[in-house]
Design a protein around this ligand. Structure first.
Ligand SMILES: Cc1cc2nc3c(=O)[nH]c(=O)nc-3n(C[C@H](O)[C@H](O)[C@H](O)COP(=O)(O)OP(=O)(O)OC[C@H]3O[C@@H](n4cnc5c(N)ncnc54)[C@H](O)[C@@H]3O)c2cc1C
Length: 510
């Protein structure tokens, strides 16, 4: 059921002129709205323009810092940027766009309030649309994957994974069952792009460091396996540096399997295409991304991979008043041979927002549009503390210099001076003190202690206080044991399913 025919009536503040609706509060959504609020300052002040940002989270996540957040080098709070503070001239709606009918200039949005009230989504009308819902993990129908694996795209996943890894060490340390110990100390990462490699390298570094504080776990007892279907890893840094990264990981006893696929991960056993079977309680899936499911619920043109077909001016091809950029958009790469698209990465996303905001402003004021042109300059990747690999502006770096470049580059890129100062302070302090190695997985169950005190029973828990995660939980073998991290508005079904069939039900689409 659609609650309101026009969101304008429910929005506080004076009625406005042109409404720019930005869907997504990530790189593209946040930077585009930020640039627009600067460029259209006068129009915003006079009520001639209104910018509405629809996003499931009140923050933008600086994804390149997720591996360091998982390793504990940066606090989760500093990996995210509060949208309300950044976009103080915009209206922020916390919710998920479920569909867009561009012909009628309206988006159907499930907000936190409509989910809470059970009243069904609202409709938000607009004059200009900016679609920036990004991408989600690209999964395959592998037995056990949906039940046992975790992705690595959100801050909740990164912190959930950190807690989980440390908990597995606690389990291994306290069990007498060799099979449980073996499974707890085996960590399988699928996908050799920067997300998978950086996540694995940072967590491995942290876990081997933590092992020194366990009386019965040696660093060599931990098994980290990287499974990659192609014959290389880190294609973003080029072949030579990719080979160096493999050597570096193998020298740390990380089992890098190239030209290998994950065939199944049911019942805590990972089965690889080379015949290997290993018990594991941890499967991290980072084997690529696909466009957000919302795109399939729009009337906009999509290419064969489901990205929105765009022009180099970042307009949606053949459609007026619709714009897109970032992971969700197929933008022609005018610096490469014809037919090539810009790759889904932050380097393009953040630069596209500049052109996007300029073009939207120009179109509102009747000016000419610019083309987006940026030649990919290469990439930097961290391989754990003081280790890295980089291929940027034709220069190849490895080891400490590459790691330093990685930090300097991302410090320069993370939004706001406030965040930069906080991250720098954290890095400085972590250089002076020992690493944090506690798991705060219990934060995911804040009521557990009270429920127990009040006489309630939790599934799988005996009358005594038991660790909330662990082998004694019995029938809950999924990852991470217990509820999946990240309470999001997405999963609740709409009280009245829409007749057009929502492809996103059960997904938050980020
Ligand atoms: C671990 C990791 C490390 C990375 N490291 C690098 C790196 O070093 N260098 C690099 O160039 N790139 C890197 N990337 C990729 C980069 O982060 C992405 O390319 C970039 O974030 C894309 O920006 P975007 O705005 O298109 O999508 P996102 O930043 O993902 O933003 C999409 C937003 O849309 C929201 N959304 C989704 N569905 C809906 C909906 N239905 N309604 C409303 N809102 C919705 C999401 O919640 C999210 O806020 C990394 C990615 C990951 C996961």
């Amino acid at each position: 059921m659609v609650k309101a025919a026009n969101f304008r009536g429910t929005t506080p503040g004076p009625p406005s002129g042109a409404r720019i609706l930005v869907v997504g509060g990530g790189y593209v959504g946040m930077y585009t709205a930020l640039r627009l609020q600067r460029r259209l300052k006068q129009e915003l002040a006079q009520g001639g323009v209104e910018i509405v940002v629809v996003t499931p989270d009140p923050y933008m996540t600086y994804q390149p810092f997720l591996p360091e957040a998982a390793a504990g080098s940066i606090s989760p709070r500093h990996v995210v940027v509060p949208l309300r503070r950044m976009l103080d001239k915009c209206k922020i709606v916390i919710g998920e766009a479920k569909a867009v009918d561009h012909a009628k200039r309206k988006a159907t949005v499930a907000t936190l309030a409509t989910l809470e009230e059970g009243t069904g989504p609202v409709e938000i009308t607009y004059d200009e649309l900016v679609l920036a819902p990004g991408s989600i993990s690209r999964t395959l129908p592998i037995p056990g994957l949906a039940d046992y694996a975790i992705g690595f795209k959100t801050v909740e996943e990164a912190i959930g994974l950190r807690n989980h890894v440390i908990e597995q060490m606690d389990i291994a340390s306290s069990t007498r069952d060799p099979a449980i110990r073996d499974a707890a100390l085996t960590f399988v990462f699928v996908g050799g792009g920067y997300a998978g490699v950086e996540a694995l390298a940072e967590l491995e570094d942290m876990a081997r460091y933590a092992a020194r504080y366990y009386h019965n776990i040696k660093p060599a007892d931990l098994k980290f396996i990287l499974v990659e279907a192609s014959n290389r890893i880190l294609p973003e840094v080029g072949e030579t540096m990719g080979k160096y990264a493999i050597r570096e990981l193998r020298s740390r006893n990380i089992d890098v399997r190239l030209e290998t696929r994950l065939d199944s991960c049911e019942d805590r056993v990972a089965v690889l295409s080379d015949g290997t079977r290993c018990r594991t309680r941890t499967v991290v899936w980072t084997a690529g991304v696909k466009p957000a499911p919302l795109l399939a619920a729009t009337d906009l043109p999509l290419n064969e991979r489901g990205r929105i077909v765009c022009t180099a001016q970042l307009t949606v091809a053949g459609v007026d008043h619709a714009w897109a950029a970032g992971d969700a958009a197929a933008v022609p790469d005018v610096t490469a041979e014809p037919g090539k698209e810009c790759a889904p990465n932050a380097q393009h996303a953040v630069r596209q927002t500049k052109v996007l905001a300029e073009n939207i402003t120009a179109s509102l004021r009747g000016g000419p549009l610019k083309e987006y042109a940026h030649k990919y300059v290469g990439s930097v990747a961290s391989l754990g503390l003081h280790k890295g690999v980089a291929h940027i502006y034709g220069r190849k770096l490895k080891g400490y210099p590459a790691w330093l470049m990685h930090r300097v580059y991302h410090l320069s890129r993370v939004p706001t001076f406030n965040r930069k100062a906080r991250v720098l302070a954290e890095w400085t302090l972590s250089g002076l003190f020992k690493r944090e190695i506690v798991s705060l997985g219990s934060l995911e169950h804040p009521r557990a202690e009270f429920e127990l005190a009040a006489g309630g029973k939790r599934p799988g828990h005996g009358p005594d206080r038991a660790p909330h995660h662990g082998p004694q939980r019995g029938p809950e073998p999924g990852f991470p044991p217990g509820p999946k991290p990240g309470p999001k508005p997405g999963p609740k079904p709409d009280p009245e399913p829409r007749s057009d069939g929502d492809p996103q039900s059960g997904s938050r689409g980020n």
